[in-house]
Design a protein around this ligand. Structure first.
Ligand SMILES: [Zn+2]
Length: 440
């Protein structure tokens, strides 16, 4: 990342605990964090002062969480259509509303999602939707770190295909001209069943040429696998492999319905996975993504919420807990996804899946200053038994309600539970107005 703007320095003083997520997964007792020009310079015993100070006493500091798959503007559809079959949900409720979405709706929904993420400790996220220029505008205003993709859908139609390529190019140039280091372009072919082979291949080439991620939905449902068998005579990942679409730049969301040989194919091509356990459970996608097999194959896995219409929150604390629980329940094995591994998925492993683990995902000198603080004195976090249990407490006992402060690039976006980068009440009121108009 090239940061050209001088950012004010920040000192987070005297934290009770610092969960660094560094290579040794070190948890420090009592320490401070100094961020200069957006970059963490010192952790632990800090000498010197800063433009701004935040009191870390009685707080647990951890790296800002990474939501690796969402559709931010879909916050407008939150709670609008629950408890439905996936196909009915899409065809009867979501698609008719999406057809009516204006760019200002998407802007308003993105701001609502941004406020929710700031309040629940997410500092980086990977998005896919429409009207992405407006989402980018909202993200820039919010102070969050966004990896944004325009959702390409060509439905195997060549005329639509060339329009979509033009849309991608337009958004690419918009992000480039925006010149905001926290807003990054990602290419987003929606799925193998909504994009032609040519579009998937073109996306791969575009990603290689411009050094970006490819954000895509893969093997979300059993039906998708059955349709692939019918249409291509092979499974989804086998098809992607055959047409040469798999790539080390690919971040594949869901990957619920995979065989062991498909897991191996993903690993061979160095594909990364964004696991969305809550959405998969709520839409009853069936099955559980084979995370232990992915870990064994060496596939970097990140965690995501998916859009708020199918979750219905963007809360990564909730996602971490549910993720750990579903894999234990599914495998009859409480050791299958320990708290430390689960926190890894939402932080440093998530960063690795996004290809940005040199920049974010841990509290270490040289990383971007993305830090969140939780109130360690909250009743649901007491007693604290010490350094060995802090990570367990974060995954199983904590909730986003314990969040006190959210910092991105050393800039405070929320302090004492008050969002400072956006007007929370105004954002909520506008989103309510937009959503009411949309469904009427
Ligand atoms: Zn999705």
């Amino acid at each position: 990342m090239h940061h050209t703007i001088d950012l004010p320095s920040l000192l987070v003083r005297n934290c009770e605990w610092i969960v660094t997520q560094n290579a040794r997964r070190e948890v420090m007792h009592k320490g401070s964090i100094l961020v200069e020009d957006g970059v963490i310079r010192q952790v632990g015993n800090v000498s010197g002062s800063a433009d701004k100070e935040v009191d870390g006493s009685g707080k647990i500091a951890l790296p800002g969480l990474i939501n690796a798959h969402t559709h931010l503007s879909m916050t407008l559809f939150r709670g609008y259509a629950d408890d439905m079959l996936l196909q009915d949900w899409l065809a009867k409720k979501i698609w008719p509303l999406e057809a009516k979405l204006s760019n200002e709706d998407c802007y308003s929904g993105a701001l609502l999602g941004a406020v929710e993420m700031i309040r629940s400790g997410t500092t980086s996220f990977v998005d896919m939707y429409f009207h992405m220029e407006d989402v980018a505008r909202a993200v820039a205003k919010s102070g969050l770190r966004g990896f944004l993709s325009y959702g390409i859908i060509d439905l195997f139609d060549t005329a639509k295909s060339s329009r979509e390529r033009a849309n991608v190019q337009k958004f690419y140039e918009y992000v480039r001209d925006l010149g905001n280091p926290r807003v990054r372009f990602v290419i987003g072919p929606h799925a193998p069943y909504t994009c032609s082979a040519e579009m998937l291949q073109w996306s791969k080439g575009f990603a290689e040429k411009n050094n970006t991620m490819i954000h895509i939905h893969v093997a979300e449902t059993r039906r998708e696998q059955a349709d692939s068998q019918k249409q291509h005579g092979m499974r989804v990942v086998e098809y992607l492999d055959k047409i040469g679409a798999l790539s080390k730049n690919m971040l594949a969301a869901h990957c619920v319905w995979l065989t062991k040989s498909e897991v191996k194919l993903l690993a061979k091509s160095e594909v990364k996975v964004a696991h969305c356990p809550v959405s998969n459970m709520k839409l009853a996608s069936g099955g559980v993504a084979p995370l232990p097999e992915m870990f064994d194959a060496g596939i970097p896995v990140a965690l995501g919420t998916d859009g708020a219409a199918s979750n219905n929150s963007l809360d990564m604390f909730e996602t971490m807990k549910i993720c750990a629980l579903i894999h234990k329940a599914h495998r009859w094995d409480p050791t299958v996804l320990p708290a430390q591994k689960t926190l890894d998925l939402a932080t440093i492993e998530g960063a690795r899946a996004l290809g940005v683990d040199q920049e974010i995902g841990s509290i270490e000198s040289g990383k971007r200053g993305d830090v969140i603080l939780l109130d360690a004195n909250a009743p649901n976090l007491r007693p604290l038994h010490g350094v060995e249990t802090v990570v367990s407490d974060l995954v199983y006992s904590a909730s986003s309600g314990n969040l006190d402060t959210t910092i991105v690039d050393g800039q405070v976006l929320m302090e004492n539970r008050i969002v400072t980068s956006l007007d929370s009440a105004e954002v909520c009121a506008k989103a309510q107005e937009r959503a009411t108009r949309l469904v009427s």
